[in-house]
Design a protein around this ligand. Structure first.
Ligand code: PLP
Length: 303
């Protein structure tokens, strides 16, 4: 909305529904694309296929840093530059992350958006943040202030302001962010070690950079094993989440946004992904106890 574009926006089908909701709320046309089976994210062949399928002018590309993983999106940026299309990133779960290149999450694309929801590492309750160049700040402020700028109505907008109270929670969060990131990264290391030991047939994220680890994603060898593991873990009082299921194009009401593409990688990933809990604070022995239960759940599933 801030960029005043209209038309098609390519986004991955393997994402949280809010990514698609944002496109619709901006009055634009979602064009769902497949994701790469290895990286779980949009790539250039998926963009090409989506562009061909929808046969309409593309007004923007909206990538997603899947699970807040911190990969380098230069190849997609280059495709967007070539096609003269703005590249935006939904980096909802990536705030505090460092990319594989050493740059901070928030440094790619024309704008990167972060969620500050209670489930995120930097949580204020409800709210968000956008990283962009200084010259885009006025445009963003305008659309988040009912379209008003310096008292003049410049176009359509909405109320997207963060309340002072919520912002104050953010100041407090900022003081403890580094400590919380360190705790999560250590726990991620333990999860990785556990997977190498107990879940060799499953896949962990490749090239995640220094992600903030909102959760620990792991890909089951097939959908049936994912379902059985979810149930076995629940029986042992371990709550898992099936982000991002279902793939958006598999919902009847959203199918049309795939423009006839079957998007097989998004379909399969959504059925096979299981996310494990992650915390910024663990009680004494809590992570070890959790890993012991996960060991038990894996033993039941693969018996
Ligand atoms: C990829 C993605 N985009 C958007 C959102 C929505 O963020 P919020 O709850 O702050 O609106 C989420 C929430 O988890 C998400 O995972």
């Amino acid at each position: 909305m801030a960029l005043g574009r209209s038309g098609g926006v390519i986004l991955p089908s393997f994402t949280f529904p809010a990514t698609l909701g944002a496109v619709l709320q901006a009055g634009m046309q979602p064009v769902l694309a497949d994701v790469n089976a290895q990286t779980w994210e949009l790539d250039v062949p998926a963009l090409e296929a989506a562009k061909r399928a929808c046969a309409m002018p593309i007004a923007a590309v909206l990538g997603v840093r899947t699970f807040g993983l911190c990969r380098d999106w230069t190849a997609v940026q280059e495709w967007c530059d070539l096609h003269d299309v703005p590249f935006l990133l939904d980096s909802a779960a990536a705030l505090g992350g460092t990319l594989v290149t050493g740059a901070a999450a928030g440094s790619q694309g024309r704008m990167e958006t972060f969620s500050l929801h209670a489930t995120k590492v930097f949580a204020v309750g409800e709210g968000g943040a956008i990283a962009c160049e200084a010259h885009d700040v006025a445009l963003l402020k305008r659309v988040m202030n009912f379209g008003l700028q310096d008292g003049q109505l410049m176009g359509w907008g909405f109320n997207g302001k963060l309340s002072e109270f919520t912002a104050a929670v953010g100041i407090a969060q900022n003081r403890i962010l580094d400590e919380h990131l360190a705790v999560r990264r250590t726990a991620a290391g333990h999860y990785a070690e556990w997977m190498r030991r107990d879940a060799a047939a499953w896949r962990m994220a490749i090239d995640p950079g220094d992600a903030p680890w909102q959760a620990w994603p792991m890909l089951a060898p097939n959908a049936e094993i994912a379902d059985r593991f979810e149930l076995a873990a629940a029986d042992l009082q371990v709550q898992t989440r099936r982000y991002y299921r279902p793939a958006l194009h598999t919902c009847n009401s959203l199918q049309a946004y795939a423009f006839g593409q079957s998007l097989p990688n998004a379909t399969a990933l959504a059925e096979r992904m299981v996310c494990l809990p992650m915390y910024s604070r663990w009680g004494p022995g809590e992570l070890d106890a959790l890993l012991a239960r996960l060991h038990e759940a894996m033993t039941i599933v693969h018996a």
